[in-house]
Design a protein around this ligand. Structure first.
Ligand SMILES: Nc1ncnc2c1ncn2[C@@H]1O[C@H](COP(=O)(O)OP(=O)(O)O)[C@@H](O)[C@H]1O
Ligand SMILES: [Mg+2]
Length: 398
């Protein structure tokens, strides 16, 4: 029997549509001689659907309502070891709710908050099904730009200088925060909500007035805000990493070509060409033209970022070069990168179908390794001498 891969995409995320494109690219690449593919689309309000119609991007143009009319709503139970996909609605009283499919492994192709940040990965951990990519901890740390920078900086990985605070702090102590940003970073700065992607809510500020407006805006998206020193003469380079924290390899480097102050949502996904289709359409130079030492340093930093954050599967690390000083900073990690960075692996000699195969094998390998760890003890603490008397909170137990 072929291994059944559940590909999850969509979700309650600002990057919902990008995920639909990434997942369709990935599903088309999976070798069907070896694997069966079950698409599972998460709607913007969090319902799960499956059906063949989901495997063709053209069907999404008909409108989601029409598309879902051809699909079955499904769910999984949060029960360890139950890999079944159940129909959400029964067809009459004789319908026993027989599973629609039993999955062997999951590949989440989800981007952004609520899905790529460990929340969805936690659901998969609860079920215990093998899945590709980062676990809850590394996904969460990778998504939050503040936590990520703290961890990287603590391990000696260069990140730009920053100040962070919550929206409530901003409401309470605006003047103090402006003062600390001005004295520590100066202008210009970049203001970002801590946990969104695709440049949403991000903007530059060259004056106090702009700074205040940008922070007010970022606060509409997230309760955690980061303000960074802006690299004025910026060169951006991306590098994908594949493997696990103990054994990984890095891809060819890409240089996304930007126009204007920074890559905004529209530019990133629509490219310059009118009607261009998604991420592949944005302009990039592959491989990036850099001196050998810089290429080696960027690959090293990308690998270190993946290792230090405890990543797994496939990620893309984005670095920023200050073109005036040639100093390199790690900007961020995308734990489920757009198009799964397949084009960076193709350029490195790994075909897209091989990449998907590698992800499945990594998922199964992690599951086998997890099974060697002790998760419970047989000893019955309740039957031991002393019972629960010594247990904390005993007094409160009635
Ligand atoms: N410190 C910075 N200096 C200059 N430009 C920046 C800086 N941080 C981000 N940018 C620009 O903004 C873009 C989006 O920021 P990023 O942190 O990558 O957020 P996202 O998660 O939305 O991709 C970057 O690709 C880069 O062009
Ligand atoms: Mg980015």
């Amino acid at each position: 029997m072929k291994t059944k891969i559940g590909v999850f995409f969509g979700g309650r995320s600002t990057e919902h549509e990008i995920s639909v494109i990434s997942a369709n690219q990935a599903m088309a690449a999976i070798n069907r001689d070896k694997y069966d593919v079950v698409p599972i689309y998460i709607t913007k309000d969090g319902h799960w659907y499956t059906g063949d119609a989901l495997c063709d991007v053209a069907n999404y143009k008909k409108g989601i309502k029409n598309l879902l009319a051809d699909c079955t709503e499904v769910y999984m139970r949060p029960i360890y070891g139950d890999y079944n996909l159940y129909p959400a609605k029964r067809q009459g009283i004789f319908d026993k709710g027989k599973p629609v499919a039993t999955l062997d492994v999951v590949i989440p192709v989800l981007h952004g908050s609520n899905v790529e940040d460990g929340i969805f990965e936690g659901v998969l951990e609860t079920i215990g099904i093998p899945y590709a990519g980062c676990n809850t901890l590394s996904s969460a740390n990778g998504m939050d730009k503040i936590t990520m920078k703290m961890i990287l900086a603590a391990d000696g990985i260069p990140v730009v200088d920053y100040v962070w605070f919550t929206d409530k702090q901003w409401g309470r102590e605006k003047d103090k925060l402006v003062e600390s940003i001005e004295s520590r970073l100066g202008y210009p700065v970049i203001v970002k909500p801590a946990n969104l992607g695709s440049s949403i809510g991000i903007g530059s500020a060259h004056s106090r007035e702009e700074l205040i407006a940008r922070i007010d805006d970022a606060g509409r998206y997230s309760s955690r805000i980061i303000v960074e020193k802006m690299i004025k003469n910026l060169q951006e380079i991306n590098c994908s990493v594949l493997g696990d924290a103990d054994d990984y390899e890095t891809s060819v480097l890409e240089e996304p070509i930007k126009s204007g102050d920074f890559l905004d949502y529209k530019m990133k996904y629509m490219g310059d060409a009118k009607g261009a289709r998604g991420m592949q359409a944005s302009k990039k130079r592959i491989p990036a033209e850099l001196p050998d030492e810089e290429t080696a340093m960027i690959k090293h930093l990308a690998g270190e970022t993946f290792r230090v954050l405890g990543c797994h599967g496939l990620s893309r690390v984005d670095v920023m070069i200050d073109a005036d000083t040639r100093k390199i900073y790690v900007n961020e990690i995308n734990t489920i990168p757009g198009s799964l960075s397949f084009y960076l692996w193709e350029a490195a000699g790994v075909r897209f179908d091989e990449l998907m195969d590698r992800l499945v094998r990594l998922a199964l390998k992690r599951k086998r390794s997890q099974e060697t760890k002790t998760t419970s003890f047989d000893a019955n603490i309740f039957a031991m001498g002393g019972g629960v008397k010594g247990a904390k909170g005993y007094k409160g137990v009635k």
